[in-house]
Ligand binder design. Structure first.
Ligand SMILES: O=P(O)(O)OC[C@H]1O[C@H](OP(=O)(O)OP(=O)(O)O)[C@H](O)[C@@H]1O
Ligand SMILES: Nc1ncnc2[nH]cnc12
Length: 179
């Protein structure tokens, strides 16, 4: 079977054993270096976005690259979900497990008006721990998460399925099997 978005898949470099043994690191820096590929990734994510949403949400750090481009492409505002200790205003936060470690995400408690529809954007979904934490956070803030868009899916780690089970429609461009 031909890989969907094969042109984008071949721009993503795989680095074995980073940041620890056994992890196949899917490196987007090579995609970002390619002007046409980076632009196409944003156009394709934007084309598959829900019809009706109010805000884009991006997750630090790699998620900011794609979410900010998506915000300008779709002419929406951007909510930043950051690692703990970086936002200056009053925050709410959620702890989560990573494929390789643990972390905590926070957002400004007043970043969303309750009832606003948000589209979550990140570079990659693996176990789904980060995205599910972001969804919990956004729901705590009163937002409705109407979709989640990722350039890369690692389907064997099950994150996209978990997100769908949590009621969030998921779009991904490139899948790497066998991780
Ligand atoms: O689905 P998960 O298993 O939660 O993994 C996916 C997350 O891992 C990476 O971020 P990372 O925490 O490595 O941080 P970075 O963006 O700052 O590099 C990636 O950008 C996703 O946010
Ligand atoms: N295998 C992987 N490659 C790149 N980023 C990741 N984030 C979590 N798992 C990852």
């Amino acid at each position: 079977m031909t890989q969907a978005n094969a042109d984008l898949a071949q721009l993503i470099r795989t680095i074995p054993d980073f940041p620890k043994p056994g992890i196949q690191f899917r490196d987007i820096t090579t995609l970002l270096l390619d002007a046409k590929g980076f632009h196409a990734s944003i156009e394709r994510l934007a084309a598959s976005a829900p019809d009706d949403f109010d805000l884009i949400t991006g997750i630090e750090a790699r998620g900011f690259i794609f979410s900010s481009a998506m915000a300008t492409q779709t002419a929406k505002g951007l909510v930043l979900i950051r690692k703990d200790g970086k936002l200056p205003g009053a925050t709410i936060g959620v702890d989560y497990a990573l494929e390789y470690g643990t972390d905590r995400v926070v957002m400004h408690e007043d970043a969303c008006v309750p009832g606003q529809k948000v589209l979550l954007v990140d570079d990659l979904i693996a176990t789904g721990g980060t995205a599910l934490a972001a969804v919990r956070l956004l729901r705590q803030a009163g937002a409705e998460v109407v979709g989640a868009s990722f350039v890369i899916d690692l389907p064997d780690l099950g994150g996209a399925d978990k997100l769908r089970a949590a009621g969030v429609p998921v779009t991904t461009l490139v899948a790497f099997e066998g991780d």
